[in-house]
Design a protein around this ligand. Structure first.
Ligand code: F6P
Length: 323
């Protein structure tokens, strides 16, 4: 491997910059040329590429977002788009692509490799933690802590006013942020897509909460939850319990921002380093991950197709501890 290019793609996640820094500096350490691509695959198609050296990634380990910028490229989903991207790789002499992103970005990388033979390696960067082949994805820990801080603040006002709050957290189709932030904030109930909840289950939880003397409560709802929109849930609850004073909060994109946590910076450093090492060892079409504190490589199609399981035990713990 003589020359690699790195991009960030899909939803940004805190720690992507730390991963970029690790890729650039590891490449430099082993005398591999490194190019940074702006705005995900769009930049590869347009040739929006700059050579990066160790000083181009100074002072970014603590920054949220991604200095390369990110995109969900429509053009790269087409063969013509990918062909243009390949021509840019040829022009620059790029042997391999490091793609920091989520499953959509990995799908693009996989197809690109199959069509044009450019080596690819994925680095899991998404707050959703929905990627198989790594215990955690870059950005998840920071997003969890952001959600936890926000819900703690909601608890203060919920308690002061004896209110019921429905709080929506991100995660796309996965309930990891909801389950873990819900446990960490002592939520009365946690609604996630992986468990098929019913309105009746939710109502009986409220009834139990009344019985044990709770005067306020927080229900954490994953955005991918399947019972209905958070507003529907709040409305149905109000109809069932007309005396409840209910509020809805959607945390939204604040969960994507902010300085990465220590855990995310260390994870990103490991994975960025591991990506370059993997390429040097001849690995291709894999995703680098951390499993039980070890750098591992998983075929990219497995990382895309398989899913991390929600910890059923944690769900039960949440229920027991809520009352
Ligand atoms: O994948 C990260 C994520 O923040 C999801 O949790 C959420 O569903 C989605 O991206 C939001 O996407 P956008 O930033 O395009 O609104």
């Amino acid at each position: 491997i003589k020359s690699i290019a790195v991009l960030t793609s899909g939803g940004d996640a805190p720690g992507m910059n730390a991963a970029l820094r690790a890729v650039v500096r590891t490449a430099n350490h082993f005398n591999i040329d490194c190019y940074g691509i702006r705005e995900g695959y769009n930049g590869l198609i347009a040739g929006d590429v700059t050579k990066m050296g160790p000083r181009s990634v100074k002072n970014i380990i603590n920054q949220g977002g991604t200095i390369l910028k990110s995109a969900r490229s429509k053009e790269f989903m087409t063969y013509e788009g990918r062909k243009k991207a390949f021509e840019q790789c040829q022009k620059l002499g790029i042997d391999a692509l490091v793609c920091i992103g989520g499953d959509g970005s990995f799908t693009g990388a996989k197809v690109f490799n199959e069509e044009f033979g450019i080596k690819v390696i994925g680095v899991p960067g998404t707050i959703d933690n929905d990627i198989f082949g790594t215990d955690n994805t870059i950005g998840y820990d920071t997003a969890l802590n952001t959600a936890m801080d926000a819900i703690d603040k909601i608890r203060d006002t919920a308690t002061s006013h004896n209110r019921v709050f429905f709080v929506e957290v991100m995660g796309r189709d996965a309930g990891f942020i909801a389950l873990n932030s819900g446990i960490a904030t002592g939520a009365l109930d946690i609604l996630i897509p992986e468990r098929k909840d019913s309105m009746d289950d939710l109502f009986s939880t409220f009834r139990m909460a009344e019985k044990v003397g709770k005067s306020s409560s927080i229900v954490v709802v994953a955005e991918g939850e399947v019972l209905g929109s958070i507003y529907d849930l709040a409305k149905a609850t109000k109809e069932e319990f007309p005396n409840y004073d209910i509020r809805v909060t959607i945390l939204g994109h604040i969960q994507r921002g902010g300085s990465p946590s220590c855990a995310d910076r260390v994870l990103a450093s490991n994975l960025g380093y591991g990506a370059v090492i993997g390429l040097m060892e001849g690995k291709n079409k894999v995703m680098v991950g951390m499993q039980s504190n070890k750098i591992t490589y998983t075929p990219i199609e497995e990382a895309i197709k398989k899913h991390n399981e929600i910890d059923k035990n944690l769900l039960q713990i949440a229920e027991i501890l809520a009352m």
